[in-house]
Design a binder for this molecule. Structure first.
Ligand code: G
Ligand code: G
Ligand code: NA
Ligand code: MN
Length: 263
């Protein structure tokens, strides 16, 4: 209730900001794209992470206007970053189930791309397994429409939801995001406090990467924090990485500094 009011005001008063986390090619660690991650600026100018408000945003439907804003703002910012750096950066944006379920979703995405000048192929929509689980025929149709126009659809948090593998066949998905909970165990010999062992995680990550590559899908390993994890991932195939090892999510200006070191 309280969070809902805070969100409503945030939308009315433009109190959201977007941070960007670089996505690198694991082979040479060059930045190839960014993921947009929304934050809320509260009354005391503190940054509030989405973990505390995304659920309420989804339940209340406020995720739709918020998501439209995030999409527009991040496309605009990435077009500016591309111009400043000369790099063909891609943009990944998280899309909630409620957003993609709207009858005008595909049209809204294409309009935003046209307005901001970001090429279709440079945008990835990150959907979770649960968002796809809820998708009906009309929603899938919109995703196919977007895919046919060049927009990339990625499956976020792969392996943590309820989906079955047959999803990969029936949905217009072209990349998989290896969830950070699996990446966390890489390069760790012994088990963790919660009983998960590093060797189980390695087996899972290896299988997910193998599955992605065999199906002709691209993959991104998220939550890469150590050089050891990076090296294990590199040994498993050809993919992308994202995580604190390279950078936390940062404002667009900071990313520019990262991409254009002291000129
Ligand atoms: O940025 P952070 O590290 O706190 O992200 C936490 C969660 O919030 C992630 O699971 C991410 O998918 C989600 N999230 C971040 N930004 C957005 C957004 O713009 N829209 C939606 N729907 N989810 C987001
Ligand atoms: O998949 P999802 O959209 O939830 O992923 C984005 C979330 O992952 C954000 O909350 C982001 O801050 C977080 N994140 C990004 N890199 C790392 C990392 O290296 N380690 C951890 N623990 N979290 C990360
Ligand atoms: Na994501
Ligand atoms: Mn994820």
């Amino acid at each position: 209730r309280r969070t809902e009011n805070v969100l409503r005001n945030a939308i009315a008063e433009d109190r959201f900001i977007v941070h960007y986390q670089p996505i690198v090619d694991l082979a040479d660690e060059r930045v190839v794209g960014v993921e947009a991650l929304v934050r809320l600026v509260d009354d005391h100018n503190n940054l509030v992470p989405p973990a505390t408000f995304i659920e309420v945003a989804e339940e209340s439907g406020l995720v739709v206007p918020m998501g439209n804003w995030v999409l527009h703002e991040s496309c605009r910012a990435v077009v500016a970053l591309r111009e400043r750096t000369g790099l063909p950066l891609t943009l990944s944006v998280n899309i909630a189930a409620r957003q993609v379920a709207r009858a005008d979703f595909a049209q809204a995405v294409l309009r935003t791309l046209a307005e901001t000048g970001l090429p279709e192929e440079s945008l990835t929509l990150e959907l979770t397994e649960s968002a796809l689980l809820e998708a009906d025929v009309a929603t899938l149709d919109q995703l196919v429409q977007l895919r046919d126009r060049g927009v990339v659809v990625g499956l976020d948090d792969f392996g943590t939801g309820y989906s079955s593998l047959s999803y990969l066949r029936s949905f217009p998905v072209s990349h998989l995001k290896v969830d950070r909970s699996f990446v966390a165990g890489l390069g760790r010999e012994r088990g963790t406090a919660d009983g998960a062992s590093g060797s189980d995680d390695l087996a899972i990550v290896r299988s997910v990467i193998r599955l992605a590559e065999d199906l002709g899908l691209r993959w991104i390993a998220e939550g890469v924090e150590t050089a050891e994890q990076r090296d294990v991932l590199r040994s498993l195939g050809r993919g992308l990485g994202q995580g604190y090892l390279w950078s936390r999510p940062v404002p667009a200006d900071d990313l520019l500094d990262l991409l254009l070191p002291a000129s």
